[in-house]
Design a protein around this ligand. Structure first.
Ligand code: AVI
Length: 319
């Protein structure tokens, strides 16, 4: 067989690689978040079935004062994947009561950054400089701006860590740790384990918003890579994998079909029932977080847990 031609477009390259493997087809979940995907995720966060974002916000509202009181002054805040930034208000308001605060949201989605600047721009004593970057690249830039006496507080909320495979999550936290200095902090949101039926409702909601969020990945490939996926011929599926303690999102082909992706110079065949695995959402036990933190070079000093929707906010200090 002729080798596939080289592609300069990273998105095209990753799409072709994920869809041309012999076994399970996959697509990287970070491509779910173009402007449409980011807006759909904001809608998911409002769904009654998806309590994760509200739990995260409730903890921050109730405990921001206590969490920020544990931090040394002065501190600058860098948020990885800020989204709209709505729940970050509690942290910034608590900090701004004691110091002028620089806030650096790091986002791959430009529209999310714009939303975030609009949402938080009115807080007195907080200045916002957004970075449209991958997480670690953005954090490196923030670290380069640090003045000698400043500490960095990194926010990684919303259980985005759960979208990494478990080992890759530790590698990511270790890489994050290596951009920090001892005494810097990481506020890490982690969604906790819950019954399978509740998870299925959360990731396959009645209104079909999560289905649209997932299918938008194929729509995005059609828009940006000149492809011809027939969205009606793929079905959204949320599967609970108990052993791996995660929900998996798939797009299942409803029939035998072929898709052409011009910009990836690829033709992909699907058989009926075959799926593309688009995202994993790992769930955690509260007690495992201090051990995960230690493997990445952090000490877990505080854990706040929401009782309505099991979710933990963990304050980790770089050792
Ligand atoms: C962003 N992330 C934490 C969400 C989650 O729950 O894993 C993404 C999501 N996918 C479907 N619904 C929400």
């Amino acid at each position: 067989m002729m080798p596939a031609p080289a592609l300069d477009n990273e998105f095209a390259r990753e799409v072709r690689a994920g869809l041309s493997t012999a076994g399970q087809k996959t697509l990287p979940c970070r491509y779910l978040y173009d402007n449409v995907g980011s807006a759909l995720f904001e809608a998911i966060a409002c769904l009654p079935e998806y309590g994760l974002t509200r739990a995260d916000a409730r903890i921050l509202e109730a405990h921001a004062g206590e969490i920020t009181a544990l931090l040394p002054s002065p501190v600058v805040v860098a948020e990885l994947g800020s989204g709209s930034g709505r729940k970050t208000r509690w942290i910034l308001e608590a900090l701004s009561r004691r110091q002028r605060t620089s806030y650096y949201p790091v986002e791959i989605s430009r529209s999310a950054l714009v939303m975030c600047e609009r949402e938080l721009g009115d807080i007195d004593s907080v200045s916002i400089v957004g970075f449209e970057r991958e997480y670690l690249d953005g954090l490196l830039e923030v670290a380069a701006l640090r003045r000698e006496n400043q500490h960095i507080m990194v926010l990684f909320l919303g259980s985005t860590i759960g979208n990494f495979n478990r080992e890759a999550g530790i590698d990511f936290l270790s890489a994050l740790r290596s951009t920090l200095q001892p005494g810097d902090s990481l506020l890490l949101g982690t969604d906790l384990e819950k019954p399978a039926a509740q998870l299925i409702r959360a990731y396959d909601d009645e209104l079909g918003v999560t289905a649209a969020f997932n299918l938008n990945l194929l729509a995005r490939i059609n828009r940006e890579l000149d492809a011809d996926f027939d969205l009606n011929q793929f079905a959204h599926e949320a599967r609970v994998n108990r052993e791996e303690r995660r929900v998996e999102m798939h797009l299942r082909s409803r029939r035998n079909q072929r898709a052409r992706i011009a910009a990836a110079e690829a033709v992909i065949d699907f058989s009926a029932g075959e799926s593309i695995w688009t995202e994993s959402c790992h769930k955690f036990a509260a007690e495992e977080i201090p051990f995960l933190a230690a493997r990445a070079g952090f000490r877990c000093t505080q854990q706040c847990i929401d009782t309505q929707w099991p979710f933990a906010e963990n304050l980790l200090i770089a050792e």
